[in-house]
Ligand binder design. Structure first.
Ligand SMILES: Cc1cc2nc3c(=O)[nH]c(=O)nc-3n(C[C@H](O)[C@H](O)[C@H](O)COP(=O)(O)OP(=O)(O)OC[C@H]3O[C@@H](n4cnc5c(N)ncnc54)[C@H](O)[C@@H]3O)c2cc1C
Length: 502
């Protein structure tokens, strides 16, 4: 989810080296479209050519069942592809809804409100754009520089001061990284930033109040505080070019075209996964029901894997568990306030508040411009989010109203509100992954590696290039589905050869 524009690239290709259980080390070529160069599949393996193919292997009866744990973006995309390739999939979903961290509810006048993901990050080479196009989604470009930044009561920070801010903050981030690399070992991004500011003390704007705000706003995008992040590698991911698009017609609608014919069992919280190197995988759910399949794709959020609430029997190998332990999982919560009327500057995408301390409400999104309802969307992150999750709805709303009251004076009470507690949601336990101090980008690769040819992994935290984002989850799912299909095909070919031998 990092958005350092400097690194934007339209396409991305690299050779990734990763460990695959006992099989040791090997390399595979991947690209940001999720093509699978070495799998032996014909043609361009992007999601849509896979979904539109008549049948990838008409000559082979794959006879395989695949269990997919989780009906978020990754689980749904993988199930749609595997179904199309002729495998029998069952998706087990703990909640009574699909979408996972994509969670669209209905607001006034049937306007969709997203409590999880809201934006498509980067339009070029992003498979979500094709999905959006296919379902006629309403996308609205947003721009972080379209912000009204308030010092206190109705006083705006001059445009020129805001314009100077972006390159300055970028420079400090880049200095922080260099400082961390010169240091003996990794340090937190906040430590790096403080040192960078110290070096440039003389040239920093007086009071640095806008800079402090930019820092707080930046943390809201990352979903964690900068003292948790690796100064060396926090931005090892890649931003796609083309800017952000707010999905005004509801994020979940992007996934709907994929649902046709899928077997999704809601309310089935997986408790135990029994696996062996040979033989079927058996899953037991909260209802005591058992499901069996040749292979299993786990798209559990990293927060759930970290908590160990789903038991793997035998336990996952140490190299996999180490990656789960080393990666970080942040917490970002939303507070959406619906007012009887608009009382704020309606010509901007964001309203920023210098009065706010780090961790929360540095800015609100103007949902009136984006969705046509008189509503504002604020965010809290890190420890502040985890603490806020323990307080009552009334207290959360009252706290969120503070910067609005300080700035606009007497403002109406919200008529309705929506707020999230992603950190306390037992099927997520946070918002999205990040690289903590001392961790490397390769942890994401290790999390993605299958365990033998039975257990496969996908989801946001398994994509090294686009972690934290929906398109990362989707691309990891395409790759996992193709891996599973490749294993199924080689087993089917083997079966056929054995039969032919009589
Ligand atoms: C507040 C917030 C804002 C965000 N904003 C954006 C954004 O604007 N743009 C963007 O690209 N990304 C955003 N993200 C991140 C994005 O939502 C996720 O990266 C993406 O949706 C993850 O998809 P996934 O399939 O990997 O995981 P999930 O969507 O979490 O799917 C995993 C599924 O597993 C299920 N599950 C959990 N435990 C069990 C169990 N025991 N048994 C069975 N099922 C289980 C869950 O219920 C869930 O449905 C945001 C996330 C949050 C929380």
């Amino acid at each position: 989810m990092a958005t350092t524009g400097e690194q934007s690239r339209a396409s991305y290709s690299r050779r990734v080296l990763f460990a695959v259980g006992e099989a040791g080390l090997f390399t595979h070529r991947i690209t940001c479209w999720g093509r699978w160069g070495d799998s032996g599949f014909p043609g361009n393996q992007d999601m849509f050519s896979l979904l539109e193919a008549q049948s990838a292997f008409p000559q082979l009866d794959l006879q395989e069942r695949v269990l997919i744990i989780g009906a978020g973006a990754a689980g749904i995309v993988a199930a749609a592809i595997l179904n199309k390739l002729g495998l029998r999939t069952t998706v087990l979903e703990a909640r009574d809804r699909i979408g996972g961290r994509i969670w669209t509810v209905t607001g006034p006048g049937a306007v969709p409100i997203d409590l999880g993901a809201s934006w498509i990050h980067g339009t070029e080479g992003n498979p979500l754009m094709e999905l959006a196009h296919r379902c006629g989604a309403r996308l609205i470009a947003t721009d972080r520089s379209r912000v009204a930044l308030f010092t206190r009561r109705l006083q705006l920070v001059p445009r020129e001061e805001i314009r100077r801010l972006a390159p300055l903050f970028q420079q400090l981030l880049s200095d922080a990284k260099q400082i961390a690399f010169r240091h003996r070992r990794d340090m937190s991004l906040s430590a790096g930033l403080l040192r960078a500011m110290l070096h440039r003390w003389r040239t920093l704007p007086k009071g640095a109040r806008v800079l402090r705000w930019a820092w707080g706003a930046f943390e809201l995008v990352l979903g964690t505080r900068t003292h948790n992040l690796s100064a060396r590698y926090w931005d090892q991911d890649v931003d796609l070019a083309g800017g952000d698009r707010f999905v005004a017609s509801g994020y979940l609608n992007l996934l709907r075209p994929l649902l046709d014919g899928l077997d999704i069992r809601l309310g089935q919280a997986v408790r135990t996964i029994r696996w062996r190197e040979r033989g079927p995988v058996v899953v037991v759910t909260n209802r005591g029901e058992e499901f069996e399949a040749e292979r299993l794709l786990c798209t559990l959020p990293l927060g759930v894997l970290k908590a160990g609430t789903v038991r793997f029997v035998p336990p996952l190998p140490p190299w996999k568990q180490a990656a789960i332990d080393r990666l970080g999982f942040g917490c970002l919560d939303k507070v959406i306030l619906l007012f009887p009327r608009v009382f704020w500057n309606d010509d901007v995408d964001y309203l920023g508040f210098l009065t706010e301390s780090p961790g929360g409400y540095a800015y609100f999104v103007n949902l009136h411009r984006l969705c046509g309802i008189p509503a504002l969307m604020g965010f809290v992150t890190g420890r502040r989010a985890r603490l806020q999750e323990r307080t009552s709805d009334e207290k959360v709303v009252a706290r969120a109203m503070k910067p609005l009251r300080r700035t606009f004076g007497r403002v109406p009470e919200p008529e309705q509100y929506w707020l999230t507690r992603w950190g306390r949601d037992e099927f997520s336990l946070g918002s999205y992954s990040y690289l903590p101090v001392g961790a490397l980008g390769s942890e994401f690769d290790v999390l993605r590696c299958p365990v033998g040819d039975r257990l496969f992994f996908a989801g946001e935290a398994t994509h090294r290039v686009f972690p934290g984002a929906v398109h990362g989850a989707v691309l990891s799912a395409i790759e996992a589905a193709l891996r599973i299909a490749a294993c199924a095909r080689s087993d089917a070919t083997l079966r056929r050869s054995v039969c032919a031998l009589g």
